[in-house]
Design a protein around this ligand. Structure first.
Ligand code: PLP
Length: 438
């Protein structure tokens, strides 16, 4: 399978697409042709890792990753992703049982396992490489966890100062070794802009062999499609009915993976995007105008994105036709007050303890017209464990939330980070001698 930029240009191999993250022309890599798979193609695939390997095989066909694919999936996707029934017609897909308690573990662990093999192979990139990553909170922790201690790979994480939860910040800054954490005086969009500027600087990108691990990397996007495949397959096998998803959305990486899964042929019905008060996507669906906005800080901070990158893939898939994009997805914007009320309501209603991001999904689900809810099988995607956002959720519930074991372990490690201005010069200085220290 070859990949091309959303902005045109020559095709590249999947190894090139994974190692470079973004295309040289600033576009995002997409497969030159989406493969087609049917439910029957998954016969015999039961576990998440098996479904993932089957789904991904055509995407990695004729690459150096095809042969080790099953092993990569077993290594990277080794934690449970349970579907928990909430009430009649509604289940929640819990994506937060990985090492850093957010769905980003899926993509980050697959990417780390794939990049390690690409580097060992030696034909496509030579170590050491620097993974430069901007995070709105959860990506950085997941990427740091997935790459920590891997030889030939250094990770530099940029996060917006004061805009991530205290526990998220701890997960970003507790690693040491090959991981450097930089707090940027700005917002997520500033971090993302800095990363883009670093990649655009040929000198920096070459001297540090920069690689991206952001959600724009196909190596992160593709494995995420596997949990939509698995969930929809399971339900279809039992009932013959397709599954509809409500997906808390920021940079659109998680949701776009679901859109790909549906295009490839998985039995997926509706896809509803739930956003916070950053309404760039809703506004586009309403007006047909793509107008990225400055970021608004919200309680669902990992979704504070005013310029969602993966929208470029969705618009590309739809020939830049807003009417066709509307056929793919609906979107619901959720305010902070609605997030707070939803966290309390769901707790009272079903005893569900949900994080602020997941709350946007529940809110959007409850807002669906009654007929929509009655006649479809709905799954709300839970993107993080509520314990990561204890300072928000605990006071609302008047209850303490026990962190999962791995999160509790990380929280006991010492943390260390440096603070920089949102300027390429400062970032370049930190990338400087290859360690970031001096
Ligand atoms: C990253 C993140 C999101 C948003 O996912 P995108 O792929 O950026 O749309 C939602 N919830 C949580 C908890 C996240 O970490």
């Amino acid at each position: 399978m070859e990949y091309r930029s959303t902005r045109g240009g020559p095709p590249v191999t999947v190894e090139q697409a994974i190692m470079s993250g973004t295309a040289a022309d600033g576009g995002l890599y997409v497969p030159c042709a989406l493969p087609a798979l049917s439910v029957a193609d998954f016969t015999g695939c039961e576990s998440f890792a098996e479904v993932a390997a089957r789904f991904l095989r055509p995407f990695l066909a004729a690459s150096s990753l095809e042969e080790p694919l099953a092993a990569i999936c077993r290594e990277a996707l080794d934690f449970p992703i349970p579907l928990r029934p909430v009430e009649s017609g509604l289940s929640v897909l819990e994506l937060f049982h990985g090492p850093t308690a957010a769905f980003k573990d899926v993509g980050a662990r697959f990417l780390a396992a794939a990049m390690s093999r690409i580097l060992q192979d030696g034909r496509h990139a030579r170590p050491p490489v620097t993974i430069l990553v901007a995070t709105s909170g959860d990506t950085g922790g997941a990427v740091a966890a997935a790459f920590h201690g891997r030889p030939g790979l250094r990770v530099v994480v940029l996060f917006p100062e004061g805009r991530v939860s205290p526990r998220q910040q701890h997960q970003l800054t507790c690693w040491g070794g090959n991981v450097t954490s930089l707090a940027v005086r700005g917002e997520f969009d500033d971090c993302q802009r800095l990363v883009k500027a670093a990649f655009a600087s040929a000198a920096l990108a070459r001297s540090h062999r920069l690689c991206s691990a952001n959600s724009i990397n196909v190596g992160r996007l593709l494995p995420q499609a596997a949990y939509y495949a698995r969930t929809s397959l399971d339900h279809f096998r039992q009932t013959g009915q397709r599954t509809s998803f409500v997906i808390p959305t920021g940079n659109l990486g998680n949701a776009f993976a679901c859109i790909w899964a549906r295009h490839v042929g998985l039995p997926i019905d509706r896809i509803v995007l739930a956003t916070n008060a950053n309404t760039t996507v809703e506004d586009y669906l309403a007006t047909g105008q793509w107008l990225p906005r400055p970021t608004v800080a919200t309680l669902a901070s990992a979704m504070d994105v005013g310029n969602p990158s993966n929208m470029e893939r969705l618009r590309n898939l739809c020939g830049d036709d807003a009417a066709r994009v509307r056929e793919e997805v609906n979107a619901v914007a959720v305010s902070d007050d609605e997030i707070r009320a939803t966290i309390q309501d769901e707790y009272r209603r079903n005893g569900s303890v949900i994080c602020p991001h997941t709350a946007t999904g529940f809110f959007a689900y409850r807002r669906l017209p009654a007929v929509e809810r009655a006649h479809r099988h709905w799954v709300v995607v839970a993107t993080a464990h509520a314990a990561k956002f204890d300072t928000i959720v605990e006071p609302l519930l008047g209850a303490t939330i026990k962190p999962p074991a791995e999160l509790a372990r990380l929280l006991r490690l010492p943390a260390r980070f440096e603070t920089i201005q949102p300027s390429l010069e400062e970032l370049a200085a930190w990338l400087g001698d290859g360690t970031g220290h001096g």
